[in-house]
Design a protein around this ligand. Sequence first.
Ligand code: AMP
Length: 285
Amino acid sequence: MILASEPEELRNLLDEARRRGDTVGLHPTMGALHGGHEANIAKMAAECDTAAVTIFVNPLQFGPGEDFSSYPRDLEADLSRAERAGAGIVFAPSREAMYPEEPLVSVAVRKLADGLEGRRRPGHFDGVATVVTKLLALAGPCYAYFGEKDYQQLVIVRRLVKDLSLPAVVVACPTVRETDGLALSSRNAYLSPELRRAAPALYCALLAGKRAIDERAEREADPVREEMRAVLLREELVEPDYAEVTDPCTLEPLGKISGEVRLLVAARLGRARLIDNLSAGAGEG
Ligand code: AMP
């Protein structure tokens, strides 16, 4: 496995790979790699000839008072996980290598960033869109792997690639969960044992919402929102933020349910802010 730390190195390595006739996969991450990242890397390595992972805690996507400085960082552990999962290249630049000067140009996300995470984290998706644009510009034509775990991010990246004609094909990766349903996340490291026991409430809420739609044929969104919120509130240590029922493509909150919808929840558990989501209503055609 090759470790690159300069942007030009990544560009040259992937240019060379394409000249050899390789298909190129790219999986952008912020490091603190876990089983979710590993599954995504393994999928990418199975589907692409050259599999590159990027590790960069992007300051542009953290707001004041968020966890940029305390975000878990462990490059050595990340390198062995990435290699074990099948990565051929890891690009782990310093902040200075990515942003040698204060950036004066950035990507602005409209509408898709107005609700959900975007509303709670102003500027977050502009920061994500800017760094993803930079990474895709360095990588060149590739398959870009993004997790469904960060569903709003996935929708925004798809639209970013389309609207800016970036030479990438976005590949969605299913969410990897612990056996009790908790979605794997680098931020789960912030959970005390007590909070960890309460954390599957997010997935339970999503399952309750999905059951209401798929099994009880609920066609009003508000009772589904209320039901998901009630499940979150059953756990004393969980402070619910939102429990939403949205259109899966536009992320607009829905009134009526017909066809596939996306259920999304967010909650604070101590200092951790966790998010999760699930599809529902897909079966009815
Ligand atoms: P992060 O390092 O948290 O920025 O995540 C990097 C990529 O991994 C993003 O595309 C995430 O959506 C994806 N990811 C995060 N958690 C999971 C998970 N539990 N299962 C699958 N993919 C994930």
